[in-house]
Design a protein around this ligand. Structure first.
Ligand SMILES: Cc1cc2nc3c(=O)[nH]c(=O)nc-3n(C[C@H](O)[C@H](O)[C@H](O)COP(=O)(O)OP(=O)(O)OC[C@H]3O[C@@H](n4cnc5c(N)ncnc54)[C@H](O)[C@@H]3O)c2cc1C
Length: 463
């Protein structure tokens, strides 16, 4: 029998997994593999870790859960560590596989990884096939080619809603034909150069990685609590688990499929009625798709100081002290500080918070926005290259925002969204233990000026 390797990346689930289903449909033996890419655990050129402890822990939990799901279907997960172009190819060779199937990627680094794996596999007469597996709307179903997707969200959304539809999700396989796969072996957080952290009881939600927790969260938000019925009114909240869906981390790691969420919403609407709130979750998932499309269209330009606009942002400077105060929640601007402390202690921040702290870094501190984006990249459990860098570029005024000089008046925002000061009170204290997180600002001094260490990533992102 032929063997197909399923190379999991940010699609850590068995529900609605186009790649897994395609491998099974191929009639081959299936070998599921995940490669812990060492490059994801180094430092970025901005001096931050590429993956901090919150997301790494979430990843390890997700791998454990995926292994359990796969075993229940007669398979299991092989976890390797190193460079995918070496390690995935080794597994393919060990099993004599003729094909490797995987999900598509969008951001430049991830695309480069896919390209490297494809080239190495070809040397061994093995092909790599890539499937769309992460968006709500499949790219090929859109009423425009990627290069002509409108640069304004509203134009994109209206045309997509009018002329396209969301595909039905693919069913979870009943079984997976696999050779015997030995017990799961995953590295510890420590061996990835990270330290475990205590859960902060003030966290909006205690995230747990994996599809099991993701599906339980969907069940809770839609069916049990029915919070989805008031999402549009509560989504700008700041305290607690249920003001917004909190699907983001599971969506980013692919433990949850956007199409599955859509399908559950449609069933929910049939039973309980559709309203602005049930629609608004889809609206936000369209923002997620939109930034993926923008990254496809503009690629590495999203990582440049001038972004896709080519205009100079308001802030261009680098000031290590100011940046550190922003990170530590010690700017003196209470609302910004509360949000930054939450991010540091929990790996999460609300959308309202993200917009405010990003605007503050760009427009008030006048710092180079990319340091903020890179800190988020390290710190967020739900980090997603497209959502993060495109949102940051948007707030910095160098992305897709059609309004020039969007500025968040922090005082006004805190009065509007935290009028009773509940959120600011919650995060008014910081314990030292919580502050010891793996943030290492890798700066080098040259002629008395501090520069962030540059890395290989900067080089090809700027290509
Ligand atoms: C500066 C900045 C950086 C951000 N970085 C990330 C990131 O790295 N990863 C990430 O998933 N989101 C990011 N966002 C978007 C948004 O803040 C989070 O998706 C949201 O706060 C997550 O909470 P939730 O799941 O409860 O969202 P909900 O309000 O419940 O929204 C439902 C889902 O829609 C999607 N979504 C909502 N808002 C956006 C948006 N503005 N852009 C893209 N998708 C959206 C998310 O997948 C989210 O889970 C960023 C926003 C800003 C302003």
């Amino acid at each position: 029998m032929k063997t197909t390797i399923v190379w999991f990346k940010t699609d850590l689930r068995v529900h609605d997994n186009v790649v897994l289903n395609a491998a099974i449909d191929n009639g081959d033996l299936v070998v599921p593999v995940y490669c812990i890419d060492d490059a994801h655990f180094g430092n970025t050129e901005y001096g931050f870790k590429k993956t901090g402890a919150f997301r790494a822990k979430f990843l390890l939990e997700s791998l454990q859960d995926l292994d359990a799901q796969l075993r229940a279907l007669g398979s299991g997960l092989i976890v390797v560590r190193g460079k995918p172009s070496t390690e995935v190819v080794k597994v393919a060779r060990a099993y004599g596989a003729a094909n490797v199937f995987t999900s598509d990627e969008i951001a430049p680094e991830e695309l480069a990884t896919i390209h490297a794996v494809r080239e190495k596999l070809a040397e061994h007469h093995c092909t790599l096939t890539v499937f769309g597996n992460s968006s709500l709307y499949e790219v090929t179903d859109l009423p425009f080619a990627v290069q002509t997707v409108p640069d304004m969200f509203t134009a994109y959304r209206k045309k997509t809603e009018a002329y396209s539809s969301v595909r039905p999700f693919v069913p979870t396989p009943e079984s997976i034909p696999s050779p015997s796969i030995s017990d799961l072996q995953i590295p510890s957080l420590q061996s990835l150069g990270l330290e475990d952290h205590e859960q902060d009881e003030r966290a909006a939600i205690q995230f747990r990685g994996g599809e099991t927790a993701a599906l339980a969260r969907v069940r809770h938000y839609l069916w049990e609590s029915k919070c989805v019925l008031t999402y549009k009114e509560t989504r700008n909240g700041l305290v607690g688990a249920d003001y917004s869906t909190k699907f983001s981390a599971w969506l980013s790691m692919g433990c949850l499929s956007a199409r599955y969420v859509y399908s559950e919403l449609k069933i929910f609407e049939q039973e309980h009625g559709a309203n602005d709130s049930t629609y608004w979750v889809v609206f936000e998932l369209m923002w997620r798709d939109y930034f993926r499309l923008m990254m496809m269209k503009y690629g590495s330009r999203f990582f440049l100081k001038r972004g896709i606009s080519g205009k100079n942002p308001t802030g261009v400077r680098f000031d290590a002290k100011l940046l550190q105060r922003w990170i530590d929640g010690q700017t003196g601007e209470e609302f910004v500080d509360a949000n930054m402390r939450e991010l540091k202690a929990t790996g999460f921040m609300s959308n309202r918070g993200r917009q405010n702290v990003a605007s503050y870094l760009c427009n008030d501190l006048k710092l180079d926005w990319r340091y903020g984006a890179a800190y988020f990249e390290q710190q967020l459990t739900d980090y997603d290259a497209c959502s993060n860098w495109c949102n940051w570029a948007y707030v910095a005024g160098v992305g897709n925002d059609p309004r020039p000089n969007r500025y968040f008046n922090i005082q006004k925002q805190s009065e509007q969204y935290d009028g009773d000061r509940r959120f600011r009170k919650l995060w008014s204290t910081v314990t030292d233990a919580r502050l010891i997180l793996p943030i290492s600002l890798g700066f080098v001094r040259h002629n008395g000026i501090l520069f962030a260490r540059s890395g290989a990533r900067a080089a090809y992102r700027r290509k």
